[in-house]
Design a protein around this ligand. Structure first.
Ligand SMILES: *Cc1c(COP(=O)(O)O)cnc(C)c1O
Length: 399
């Protein structure tokens, strides 16, 4: 490692709370699907801030929207009406069957809003004392207390208990287990149709349709966490649209403002009755600056048909990755994903392969020690994905 890197690393260790394990790269600059480190080394970025910079780093049009709004109005509090927030709401709601939106600042916050809305809808609109949220094994819904309780992974809550009550988890993919868990206290089922942090695991279509039916039959809400999979990444604007589902509530964040912090919860008009003035609030939610940036982001996703592009590029990539799997005979265990949400599970621990990819200038994530996870910008060149596969093949063949 270089002296410049060592200095940054030492500063980080002395200044910041110990809560992240970081990659051995100090990033100085980005453009599109390229990053440059403090020594000027260039990388192909196949992670895009963990599905955040969906339109690439420093996208010119998004930057122009940011600069334009920055000169007009940044923030006025939700005590006031302002148009950028409404424009964004119109654009988001045009893409789904939902009727109302609540803006916040992160994925975890969007999920907190969804949990609160589900509970309060049941109590106030339906007069049912139903509060329990059922989630699935291997899920991830965020790190705030409610979202952490929903996530239900002990390694993440170690030292932080007690967590809020009213959450229950069942095995993903097992419809009978879900049916058995639903009771009079159940308010909602919350799931990711493609589990992201769980290792890029698409849930089977029949299962998802079964969950949708079950929620309707039992008269409970379905919440889809679209924080990672939403906004065109899986080949549809929303990931649930791949599966003929009609979730009552969805949440999104990550790529919503292409790198500025923003989250949103969308609800049907029916479910949205759970909130009234004063029920829920956040200072920064839907601020004028982030809203204008998110609006431009959504406009570009639509205008450039990036949903269809993600579907086509993702399918092409998975075909090539499957061919590689066959060619290499054993080094790759499985290729998973939907659109540009991609997991390549290696047969053995992938730490060295991942590290060698970094050395050769390719950034991806290693999930659960064995799965190379790719969440590239939706604008990425097909050639960059080919470079990844060629480099991976070279590494796995010992070249
Ligand atoms: C990242 C993520 C979250 C949490 O989002 P934050 O912005 O980190 O709070 C929640 N759900 C899913 C599916 C995610 O991928």
């Amino acid at each position: 490692m270089s002296q410049a890197f060592d200095q940054v690393k030492a500063q980080e260790e002395s200044l910041l709370c110990r809560s992240y394990s970081r990659y051995p790269i100090a990033v100085a600059r980005g453009k599109g699907s390229r990053l440059w480190d403090v020594d000027g080394k260039e990388y192909v970025d196949l992670l895009a801030g963990i599905a955040v910079t969906g339109l690439g780093h420093c996208n010119d049009e998004v930057t122009a929207a940011l600069v334009e709004q920055a000169g007009r109005l940044w923030h006025v509090s939700n005590l006031f009406y302002q148009e950028p927030q409404l424009e964004l709401a119109r654009r988001l709601l045009a893409e789904s069957h939902h009727g109302k939106v609540f803006f916040c600042n992160s994925g975890a916050e969007a999920n907190e809003a969804a949990i609160k809305l589900a509970r309060r809808y049941m109590r106030k609109a339906r007069k049912r004392d139903a509060y329990e949220i059922i989630t699935l094994s291997s899920c991830f819904h965020g790190r705030t207390f409610g979202a952490l309780a929903a996530t239900g992974r002990e390694s993440l809550s170690d030292g932080f208990t007690p967590l809020p009550e009213g959450f229950r988890q069942v095995e993903a993919g097992n419809l009978a287990a879900l049916e058995a868990a639903v009771g009079p206290k159940t308010a909602a089922v919350m799931l990711e149709v493609v589990q992201g942090e769980g290792g890029v695991r698409p849930l089977p279509a029949e299962y998802l349709q079964g969950v949708g039916r079950l929620c309707r039959d039992k008269d409970i809400l379905l919440i889809c966490d679209e924080v990672q999979a939403g906004l065109c990444r899986t080949g549809k604007f929303w990931a649930y649209q791949n599966f003929d589902l009609k979730p009552d509530i969805i949440t999104c964040a990550k790529s919503l403002a292409n790198g500025l912090p923003m989250g949103a919860m969308l609800a049907t008009d029916e479910a949205a009755q759970g909130f009234e003035a004063g029920s829920h609030a956040t200072t920064f939610g839907g601020g004028a600056l982030v809203s204008a940036v998110a609006s431009r982001t959504i406009e570009i996703l639509r205008r450039d048909h990036l949903d269809a592009r993600a579907a086509a590029l993702g399918a092409e990539f998975r075909d090539k990755a499957e061919a590689l799997l066959t060619r290499l005979g054993g080094a790759i265990a499985e290729v998973r994903g939907l659109g540009l949400m991609i997991g390549i599970e290696l047969a053995e621990d992938g730490t060295e392969v991942w590290r060698e990819l970094l050395r050769r200038g390719i950034i991806c994530n290693l999930s659960h020690g064995r799965t190379l996870r790719l969440l590239p910008a939706l604008t990425i060149d097909a050639a960059d994905l080919d470079t990844f596969l060629e480099t991976l093949e070279a590494i796995l063949s010992g070249r």
